[in-house]
Design a protein around this ligand. Structure first.
Ligand SMILES: [Zn+2]
Length: 340
């Protein structure tokens, strides 16, 4: 099983990696601010990477707008942003270093097989049942020919020898999760996100991945791929998503609030208040009420280390630029944050 051996300390490198498939909403911007503040508070580097492997949905105009929005709320980054679409040779090289096999199954084939056997024989519900794992050469040739006749090709799956892996998370402790024979390259030739993200973070020397907790369940798979590739398994910090007043998570596609709807100043104000609320200020009132609360606590208890101490230091924070000085990842709220 996996032993989370302590690797020698590497200089902190953080990142924010948006997909240019829409405008960044307030939840995306908040996650970016946390990732940036964490890196800067650690005296580390902060990178921005454009995750545009999905060529169908990615648009250059969104990329430009996203970078402009990140700058507008006061973030800066080291190096020019890299694009996944420029990095195919890296993914190609990685896939050759991993144990893989071609899979000829359609989604429907997999569903049918899972229904027949009542779930994967080993592993989580919905895990790939291993249909193509042990085919003979003749069987592979037949299936490849049948797909080719349809103008299609196989996907490439990981030949996994574990069923579970554990990732380390600064906020959640350890995250144990299932590992199955995941797709690494899709039938249409597109790299799987799990592969690309692991290869990129390793290549860029990212030591900690701060991102939304919608990706929490992917972390064990990704940590396992890092292990198989012989690169350091990164630390993760999955931060709570921002949800609408109705409890729905904000989405790029659904017209959720972006810098098209509010000013960068308003966005910054809201993000700071949302972090301040987590730092121990009671009440969920408006921005003004929160600011009064924070000021009312007084500055003399700053650094006390527990309870409302975070609120005290936050009283000094007027701008995103002030955040790294007081930033404490452990003080950010663990619950989903509601945008009203
Ligand atoms: Zn298959």
């Amino acid at each position: 099983m996996h032993a989370a051996a302590d690797t020698p300390a590497r200089p902190y490198v953080g990142r924010y990696a948006p997909s240019p498939t829409g405008h960044l909403h307030l939840g995306n911007l908040r996650t970016a601010v946390i990732a940036w503040a964490r890196a800067r508070a650690a005296g580390g580097r902060f990178l921005v990477r454009i995750e545009d492997i999905d060529r169908q949905r990615s648009r250059p105009e969104y990329e430009a707008r996203q970078l402009a929005d990140l700058a507008a709320i006061g973030l800066d980054w080291d190096d020019e942003p890299v694009r996944q679409s420029d990095r195919h040779p890296l993914y190609d090289d990685a896939i050759r270093r991993l144990p893989t096999y071609p899979c000829y199954c359609s989604r429907k084939d997999i569903q049918r097989e899972l229904a027949e056997i009542g779930g994967a024989p080993h592993g989580a519900p919905g895990a790939y049942p291993g249909t193509c794992r042990d085919l003979t050469d003749d069987q592979r040739a037949d299936k490849a020919a049948a797909l080719a006749a349809d103008g299609r090709g196989p996907s490439l799956r990981l030949r996994s020898d574990v069923r579970e892996w554990t990732a380390r998370d600064a906020l959640h402790g350890t995250i144990a999760g299932d590992v199955d024979d995941m797709v690494l390259r899709r039938a249409d030739g597109m790299w799987a996100y799990n592969l690309a993200v692991v290869v990129d973070d390793a290549d860029q020397g990212v030591t900690e991945i701060v991102r939304g907790d919608d990706l929490l369940s992917s972390a064990p798979r990704q940590a396992h791929l890092a292990h198989l590739l012989g690169v350091p398994e990164p630390m993760y910090a999955h931060v709570p998503l921002v949800v609408s007043a109705e409890g729905r998570r904000l989405a790029k596609r659904d017209g959720d609030v972006t810098l098209r709807d509010i000013t960068a100043e308003q966005a910054k104000r809201w993000i700071i208040e949302s972090l301040r609320a987590g730092a121990g200020v009671a009440g969920a009132g408006g921005a003004e009420a929160l600011r009064e609360d924070a000021a009312g606590v007084g500055a003399d208890a700053a650094g006390a280390g527990a309870g409302g101490a975070g609120a005290d230091v936050f009283a000094e924070v007027d701008d995103i630029a002030d955040l790294p000085e007081v930033f404490d990842l452990m003080a950010i709220p663990r619950e989903r944050v509601v945008f009203r």
